[in-house]
Design a protein around this ligand. Sequence first.
Ligand SMILES: Cc1ncc(COP(=O)(O)O)c(C=O)c1O
Length: 411
Amino acid sequence: MLNSKRLHQDFPILTNSSQGEKLVYLDSAATSQKPQSIIDAITNYYQTSNANVHRGVHKLSDESTAIWQKSRETIASFFGAESLELILLRNTTEAINGIAYGWGDHNLLAGDIIVTTLMEHHSNFVVWQELAKRTGAKIEIVAVTENGELDLESLSEKLSLEKVKLLALTHVSNTLGTLNPITKIVRQARELNPNIRIVLDAAQSAPHLPINFKNLDVDFLAFSGHKMLGPMGSGGMLVRKELLSSGEMKPWLFGGGMIDSVAVEKTTYSSDLSERFTAGTPDVASAVGLAAACDYLNNLGMENVREHDEMLVQYALKKLIDLPELTVVGPRSNRVGSVAFLYNNVHAHDVAQILDSQNIAVRSGHHCTMPLHTAFSWPATVRASFNVYNTTEDIDALVLGLEKVKEVFRV
Ligand SMILES: Cc1ncc(COP(=O)(O)O)c(C=O)c1O
């Protein structure tokens, strides 16, 4: 079990007196706070080892290259993947775009089907709409049940259609909190269609659950390092190595660093798979920070992190469901990371503003899931989301803070 009260002390922004009153940070699904050790790792890299990688012959460049490679190994191993399967980018959005350009443009034809779901973040939705426009592929959308779970009958129906080439779905919904039964879904998808490719959006699962890329048996996994205690601008994707070595997944960013030879007539690309997908100067400091975040999480133990999250989510559900002025969205079990709700007759932005006036940071709006909000006729929802530093006291503060909304709006 985590000692989140002690962990709290590792996060300077949460103990910083410039925040005045104690900050209750309940917006970790948007981005997590960063422990001092990660801030120090980045500062230390710039103070002692900063140089461009690969292209130098001097010692500092060698040192920076070694740090870059070691950081990549740490991050890949955190996800149970090989280093060459890791492509570091800025976030989940960039990763999913990379899959569309590097895989989709080369492997989809007019009439092929992309299956995605109604609970996706815009990053795992709009990208496919654009790919469909470019290739002539069609999109089929899996429904969500009234209680906020993926409709597995609808999923089977869509996966049974002819010409399904891609399934792109989230591991955990950032609005409903739903944890999708990914093992069962992947097994079914592969039984129905052995050639299907599967993209897993792990933006909201990677911060809270142990992830093993190999065992998940998906082809692509996208994640945001900045949501899992790593620095802003850190994230990326894992790609099954067979897709890289066979050339099925191609580079989509071109330039220095990823080539083998360049001539006026023809360019060939690096046979080193980890280099082929890193065009230009990489963000070494972000990789260092993200590797430090992986170490920090490994030290806590991802099973403990998962247990802590389950405890907070269940505690929040219990407290919030009891409030008659709220409607909590999403399932009552099998959920991760957050709890979102509607406040009767008060707009989500007003609720968030009144909470902010009490130094409680939550998110309000559609959380980049407009199709889901539209389908359920929710104008907007308020979302409280958690990470390792949150405590049950933070949730008590939220419940108390909501009393003020009642006072102000007399509801
Ligand atoms: C499920 C999900 N997918 C994708 C994203 C996009 O992440 P990023 O903004 O880091 O690219 C988010 C962000 O909140 C998310 O929750």
